[in-house]
Design a protein around this ligand. Structure first.
Ligand code: GRF
Length: 188
């Protein structure tokens, strides 16, 4: 894994498909002097992703994902060293992951290895779990299965529905993702 030496910030691309609250949060952190990434561009496979408005507002380059080949070229041209997936709803190929080995990370709203995939919160509630949470992990070719960097647990109350649980977990995601990036890059 690339280790940060001195004050250098890793050139980073964030991949989104929707709202982009994690993107916005990472952007906020990345503007701090001692945070080890600089967000160069945002990639979205959805032209209507709300998160793209955040990119416009903060003058971050935007790229619409049409083909993997095109995106790989774009990332190479922009000298991207780290990719942060943040609600990116497309599965990346083995070839793509190989090209950025150990340098693609993802946030997932469950305590992996439990509840990989979609509709996490409803499945957690249906199984009457008492806790859930979120996980930041390195992306490997198997969905939601790479090495875990950090996790955060959230208690589920009897009153929770999938919306309230998603909200509680999202709040923790916004703390966990920057913390995991720091852990990965500066071994804090
Ligand atoms: C988050 O819950 C994240 O864990 C999941 O997708 C959601 C994205 O939310 N992978 P946002 O677009 O960052 O607001």
């Amino acid at each position: 894994m690339v280790k940060l030496i001195g004050p250098k910030k890793l050139r980073t691309s964030v991949f989104i498909s929707g709202r982009g609250s994690n993107f916005k949060n990472l952007l906020k952190f990345s503007l701090k002097k001692n945070f080890p990434i600089k967000i160069i561009c945002v990639v979205s496979n959805n032209l209507n992703a709300k998160g793209l408005n955040i990119a416009t507002k903060y003058k971050i380059k935007k790229k619409i994902y049409k083909s993997e080949y095109e995106i790989l070229n774009y990332l190479n041209k922009n000298k991207i060293e780290l990719i942060c997936l943040a609600g990116f709803m497309k599965i990346l190929s083995k070839n793509f992951i190989r090209n950025f080995k150990g340098k693609i990370i993802n946030i997932h709203p469950s305590l992996l290895p439990k509840y990989k995939g979609l509709n996490t919160h409803q499945r957690v509630l249906d199984n009457k779990e008492k806790i859930s949470g979120c996980t930041v992990h390195i992306v490997s070719p198997k969905l939601d299965s790479g090495k875990i960097i950090l996790q955060k647990t959230v208690r589920i109350s009897k009153k929770d529905n999938h919306r309230s649980l998603a909200k509680k977990i999202l709040k923790q995601e916004h703390i966990l993702y920057p913390k995991a990036i720091k852990k990965l890059l500066i071994n804090l």
